[in-house]
Design a protein around this ligand. Structure first.
Ligand code: ZN
Length: 375
């Protein structure tokens, strides 16, 4: 199942602020992490708040099995980062409402105590909202301290301390009942339950049979593809640029990166448009790694877009990162919504441009740029 250097871990998740949005988003961010390979996700469970302020909202809880080559402390730091991305504000009150809470509960069979943290997390054997999702996702997981399976541990927690129930609407039926560990095994093939249900409904609407062989896994594939094609929404500019801005006091010549391939989706039809971008700037003391410019284009292309806005966003981003004397962006794109629907000639393309600073104010700079993009 995993290469030796990877360790299987179990991560527990909880949210009680906008939980319908934050819990799936946390799972998306985990799946997208380059060093965390999410293997299985439990169903979602709803639990009453315990020990928090009065009238705290209810929680959604879940658990995932993931493989990683991060150390326990590195993994914990990455989870903290995801919590920060999702707007978690830490307070001294461990029961305060939170957008998202991500905890490493098991790290292989490691048993260890850090200053403020233990592995396994004692909550796995004491708290129903932790134990039940873990038993759901990995019933045969063996707790290295007690030697008991997750399923046994779930039966052992004092269920009277909090009510935990599966969330039907989000997990596509599958009534929750106590079953043996063998029957607990589910496919682990659910990626984004809500989105997959929508794609399935869409297949039915167009007269297809979503249960025929070729389509059975289509909702899953579409969800994954959609997630990839729109990952610009959950990536920040600073994450993309990540320390690749360098001082260059004497650089004052135009820097041009052209033939940057991009793939995006039009926001009117959700059909692809794609083509090439050229990005140029005249530095004012700062330059950026060339490959980062292509990543900035991707950051804005991987969303639902119109080509004009994409062009402007790339120009604004370069301006924001480098504060250069000027920026020019030219994008040439072909839109499948036009080509496939026969609205326009198939070989037509759309050209958009955005000019900032001296690319806007000086015709010579602008025409030098345009000439270079053609050359
Ligand atoms: Zn369109």
């Amino acid at each position: 199942m995993s290469t030796p250097k990877f360790v299987e871990t179990i991560i527990s998740l909880g949210s009680n602020i906008e939980k319908e949005r934050h819990l799936p988003e946390a799972i998306r961010l985990l799946r997208r992490h380059r060093k965390i390979d999410v293997r299985k996700v439990s169903r979602f469970f709803e639990s009453d708040p315990v020990g928090g302020p009065e009238d705290s909202p209810e929680f959604f809880n879940a658990a995932v099995v993931a493989c990683t080559d991060l150390s326990p402390l590195e993994l914990r730091a990455e989870l903290r980062h995801i919590e920060d991305v999702l707007g978690r504000v830490r307070t001294d009150d461990k029961n305060a409402p939170r957008t998202i809470d991500l905890d490493v509960v098991y790290y292989g069979d490691l048993v260890v105590s850090f200053d403020d943290w233990q592995l396994p997390d004692p909550a796995a054997s004491a708290e129903p909202h932790v134990a039940i999702p873990i038993a759901d996702v990995a019933p045969t997981w063996v707790d290295p301290v007690s030697g008991r399976t997750a399923y046994d541990m779930m039966l052992g927690v004092d269920a009277a301390t909090e009510a935990v129930r599966p969330v039907m609407s989000i997990t596509l039926a599958q009534p929750y009942e106590s079953r043996g560990p063998d029957e607990f095994e589910h496919s682990g093939d659910v990626y984004a339950p809500k989105l997959e249900a929508i794609v399935r409904a869409q297949l039915l609407e167009i007269g297809e049979n979503p249960d025929r062989e070729g389509l059975v896994r289509t909702p899953l594939r579409v969800a994954k593809a959609m997630d990839f094609l729109t990952n610009g929404y959950s990536t920040s500019l600073s994450e993309v640029v990540n320390n690749a801005v360098f001082d260059a006091e004497d650089a004052d010549e135009m820097v041009l990166i052209k033939d940057i391939e991009f793939y995006s989706m039009c926001e009117h039809h959700m059909l692809p448009f794609f083509g090439k971008a050229a990005v140029a700037y005249i530095p004012q003391g700062k330059i950026i790694g060339l490959s980062k410019v292509a990543r900035v284009v991707d950051l804005f292309a991987r969303r639902l877009q119109v080509q004009e806005r994409l062009t402007n966003q790339v120009a604004d981003a370069i301006e924001e990162i480098l504060d250069p004397l000027g920026v020019g962006v030219v994008i040439e794109g072909q839109h499948l919504c036009m080509m496939m629907r026969g609205v326009q000639k198939q070989d037509s393309s759309t050209v958009t441009s955005a000019m900032r600073g001296n690319f806007k104010s000086e015709a010579r700079t602008r025409s030098e740029f345009i000439d270079l993009t053609r050359g």
